[in-house]
Write a protein that binds this ligand. Structure first.
Ligand code: ADP
Length: 936
């Protein structure tokens, strides 16, 4: 506990402090009474000691002020007096002092008194404290209650505040979204104030009217109104009206007018006065256009419906007419269109028919099913009857209820009449059919007997036809074989004619003779071909093989052939072609040659004096395209002519007219073959003739044109005497006919080939496997083993197909060609073999460069007078001696030595080597003797 001593007296302080400290007091001193009073007001001192010395007259004031509430608890006031101030004691006690001590202070007295005072102070202080505690607790409780109440209050208000804040935030969000939506929407939005000035407009609205937003703000809203439209403002003043929707026109900044739909909402105050307007504006230009085109389509539909002769009408669900066309009004005889609108069937039909119609339509409405093509007889109010074919289609609204029925009726009265008529005819017919059936079954029985008879005849006919067909097959085969048999000897004749024609030691007569053999052989070949051609034509197997060739060149060749014959008969031959010299056409050259030779041949044959001419020219007809041309061939003679009544006969096979003396020269086939070939080529062979005056044969051909500079088959007239290069090539000749082999051997030996021979397929295989020649000339028809089988064997056994097999046959049927290619042949040549054809094939497959007679090198000039195949005389004599002794080995050795002599001896040396290798001594002797003769 604290004690405060207010004194200046050092002695007092010294006495009091220890006595109080002993009792456990904390002692503080104060010398200034005012400060002491002040301190006592603020701090609580349960025990105060006031020294009269210091306080003097103020003692009482101090006591009183210390006793003035609200000071609690009461301090224990002890005053120190001297005996001189006893009068003051009474006042001091009244003023609030509790007790007094007289100075000078006695230690014993002090101790005693302080113990008593201490008990009192302690008790009072405790009581005060308890009392204060009670008060404090009460205060605390009240405060706690108050605090709780306030907290609860605050929490409630806090929650409502939070709610309010959240609501505000949401409202603000919604407002922002709304603003954004309005800003970005397509619809124009404008808000005006009470003075009709624009306070807000969105970008869509500004853009729609051609302004910027800034340009519009603050402007009068009538800025949008076209001058011809004064918008009524009355509505804004009308309290009842809240909004207004209308279609009108607005004006853009550039003055252009466009249709709009406006929706205005009036914002009004409590007195109903408009404070703002919110207007949405939609540009309805497109909609208006759609409406317009819909209207047009509607009108078009109405026009269409109105012009259709069928009856068309539309009714509502109560059976009232909504739409109907003129045809229907005319049918009803109801007068003007408008009169029918809104009426029902009961107004326009007799009652029973109207009731039937109504029932039908009710069914359609209930079921939703259409009635398609119903035939019904209808009578209008005036008793006019018609058969109608009616279709009624229900139209449903979005809820699936039938709201309309579309009806289309077609007048079928005429058809009904025809049907009736038909029915009657049908009945009549049935009666007749029954009668006829009875008759027919009688006839039928007779017919059946006849059929049996016919079948028998047919079977006989079939047998006869089979016999005829097999005879025809046999004939074709016979012809093919015949042509083969005839061509083989011809082959030899023509081949040798080719060889000997070139021989250098022939006299002019012999040479001419050889030429005649050659041309006659060729003529004979043509005749054989004629027979074969006729067979082919009759069997329908004639094929055209088109190629490109220069027509004038081709005609020149023909002219040369014919002029020889004409010369023989001392008549003139004129070739008159009016063609470009390089006119190149695509056609079957062989067949065209055949026709022209036949016609010209006839002309020469049947003319004894005068002339024969071949005129060829292009016939221009406007419609020819530039890649084709029409060419006329005209063969004219001044011969015996043909009687008019025989002109048709001459084209019949084997028919010859006129003098019998000419008949032996021909077969009567030429013209019929030519006529058919010309027809195959797309032309028509025509003849004009007068007996004794002469004849004209002519035909036109339309042929494709080819490039004039296209490579032409060029037959080099120079004689081939060898080929470039050191390598000698072997050729295997396979043919059962010895003369054919010989002819080919001679041909090939002369130009430096080594030759092997075989007379059938079997031998061919033996030679092939022994020597592996690069080229085989293979006859396809041979005994023992034919060419097809031999070729197949070779192809099967070869690892690499580097052997060239050239099929050779007198039979040129396509089928044979195909078979030989299938067997493995690379080429196909027809007998008799033409030397240049063979050389062409060899040069392609062996890649050879031919050496021609005039291509000799200068150093060979001196040997030129000598025959090509001659060797120096001494060498020939030596070889002859060896040959006569049959010493093949030495011959081969000698020939090997001679190889170094020079290129010019190469063909003879190679030929001799080939013969020696095959031990053909006779042939070697023959060849050497010939060479010896040349040398002489
Ligand atoms: P071929 O001349 O072989 O008898 P063709 O069929 O070529 O057979 O001719 C049939 C016949 O037509 C001849 O026999 C001849 O009577 C007659 N003929 C054909 N060409 C002439 C012609 N230029 N002048 C007179 N008669 C011809």
């Amino acid at each position: 506990m604290n004690v405060r001593i207010v004194t200046k007296d050092q002695d007092v302080s010294a006495r009091l402090e220890p006595a109080l400290t002993v009792l456990g007091y904390t002692v503080s001193f104060c010398e200034n009474p005012t400060a002491a009073l002040d301190q006592c007001r603020h701090d609580e001192y349960p025990f105060l000691i006031l020294d009269h010395d210091l306080v003097g007259e103020n003692l009482l004031t101090l006591c009183r002020s210390l006793r003035t509430p609200p000071r609690k608890p009461q301090s224990y006031l002890l005053i120190l007096l001297t005996s001189h101030h006893a009068d003051l004691l009474q006042d001091a006690l009244k003023a609030g002092a509790n007790d007094y001590l007289l100075k000078p202070l006695q230690p014993k007295e002090l101790e005693r008194r302080f113990q008593v005072i201490h008990q009192y102070v302690t008790r009072t202080f405790q009581q005060d404290c308890e009392q204060m505690n009670v008060i404090l607790e009460e205060k605390t409780r009240q405060l706690t209650q108050h605090l709780e109440a306030r907290t609860a209050e605050l929490q409630t208000s806090n929650q409502s505040l939070l709610r309010e804040i959240e609501e505000r935030r949401q409202v603000e969000d919604a407002l922002k979204k709304l603003e954004k939506a309005i800003e970005t929407m397509q619809l124009g939005v404008t808000i005006t104030g009470p003075d009709r000035k624009i306070v807000y407009t969105n970008p869509a609205d500004a853009q729609m009217h051609g302004y910027t937003v800034e340009e519009l703000l603050g402007k009068d809203v009538t800025i949008f109104a076209p001058p011809f439209l004064k918008r009524p403002l009355i509505l804004e003043q009308n309290e009842e009206v809240k909004g207004w929707v209308r279609e009108t026109f607005n004006m853009r900044k550039d003055g252009s007018i466009f249709p709009v739909q406006l929706m205005t909402e009036f914002v009004k105050d409590s007195q109903g006065k408009t404070t703002a307007t919110v207007t949405t504006c939609e540009d309805i230009t497109e909609r208006k256009e759609v409406e317009k085109s819909l209207m047009e389509a509607h009108n078009l539909l109405l026009t269409l419906i109105d012009n259709i002769p069928d009856y068309i009408y539309v009714k509502d669900a109560k059976g009232r007419f909504l739409i109907h066309n003129t045809a229907y009004t005319q049918f009803l005889e109801a007068g003007h269109h408008e009169e029918l609108f809104g009426k029902t069937d009961f107004d326009v039909f007799p009652k029973d028919i109207a009731a039937r119609y109504h029932a039908d339509e009710q069914r359609i409405i209930e079921t939703g099913h259409p009635v398609i093509n119903k035939e019904e007889l209808v009578v209008n109010k005036k008793g006019h009857k018609q058969w109608l074919l009616t279709t009624k289609i229900p139209l449903q609204n979005e809820q699936g209820h039938v709201t309309r029925i579309v009806c289309i009726s077609h007048d079928i009265t005429e058809r009904k009449r025809s049907e009736e008529h038909l029915r009657k005819s049908h009945d009549e017919l049935e009666v007749r059919v029954k009668q006829r059936t009875a008759e027919l079954s009688r006839t039928n029985r007779m017919l059946q007997q006849e059929i049996v008879e016919r079948r028998r005849v047919q079977e006989e006919f079939q047998k006869a036809r089979d016999v005829a067909e097999s005879a025809s097959r046999a004939k074709s085969e016979f012809l093919a074989n015949m042509s083969h048999e005839l061509r083989t000897p011809l082959n030899a004749i023509l081949g040798y004619a080719d060889i000997f024609k070139e021989a250098e030691n022939l006299s002019e007569r012999q040479r001419e003779g050889m030429h005649i053999i050659k041309t006659s052989g060729e003529h004979l070949l043509t005749l054989i071909n004629d027979i074969l051609d006729l067979a082919k034509i009759e069997a329908g197997r004639m094929e055209l093989h088109e190629s490109e060739f220069v027509l004038p060149q081709f005609l020149l060749c023909i002219g040369q052939m014919i002029s020889i014959r004409a010369e023989q008969k001392e008549i003139d031959f004129v070739l008159d072609d009016h063609l470009a010299p390089d006119l190149c056409i695509v056609a079957d050259e062989k067949r065209l040659r055949q026709v022209l030779l036949n016609l010209l041949g006839n002309a020469v044959k049947f003319t004894e004096q005068g002339m024969v001419s071949l005129r060829v020219f292009e016939v221009t007809e406007g419609d020819e395209s530039h890649d084709r041309t029409r060419i006329r061939f005209k063969i004219e003679d001044t011969g015996i002519g043909i009687a008019e009544n025989k002109l048709d006969e001459i084209f019949v096979p084997f028919q010859q007219v006129g003098k019998q003396s000419y008949a032996i020269e021909g077969t009567g086939l030429g013209l019929s073959i030519s006529q058919k070939i010309v027809a195959l080529m797309g032309g028509e062979l025509q003849v004009e003739s007068q007996l004794g005056e002469g004849s004209i044969f002519r035909f036109d051909l339309t042929v494709p044109l080819s490039e004039p500079d296209a490579p032409q088959q060029f037959i080099d007239p120079r004689k081939v005497i060898g080929y470039e290069g050191e390598e000698r090539h072997q050729v295997l000749i396979v043919d059962d006919k010895q003369e054919h082999r010989k002819m080919l051997t001679n041909m090939l030996l002369n130009i430096g080939f080594e030759v092997l021979e075989a007379k059938n397929g079997q031998e061919c295989l033996e030679q092939f496997f022994a020597f592996r020649p690069k080229i085989i000339l293979l006859d396809m028809y041979m005994p023992v083993m034919d060419g097809f089988e031999a070729a197949r064997h070779i192809r099967r056994s070869e690892d690499i197909h580097d052997t060239t097999i050239i099929a050779v046959s007198a039979n040129g049927f396509e089928e044979i060609k195909r078979k030989s290619f299938e067997a493995g042949c690379n080429e196909f040549l027809i007998k008799p073999l033409q030397l240049h054809d063979l050389l062409d094939v060899l040069s392609i497959y062996l890649q050879l460069e031919w050496v021609y007679e005039e291509e000799k090198h200068p150093e060979q000039e001196e040997t030129e007078a000598k025959p090509l195949n001659a060797l120096p005389p001494g060498e020939i004599a030596e070889l002859l001696t060896l040959a006569r002794r049959g010493n093949i080995k030495k011959i081969l050795a000698k020939l090997h030595d001679l190889e170094s002599l020079g290129k010019q001896y190469r063909p003879l040396i190679t030929s001799l080597q080939t013969l020696a290798k095959h031990f053909q001594i006779d042939d070697i002797l023959e060849l050497l003797e010939q060479a010896e003769e040349h040398n002489e």
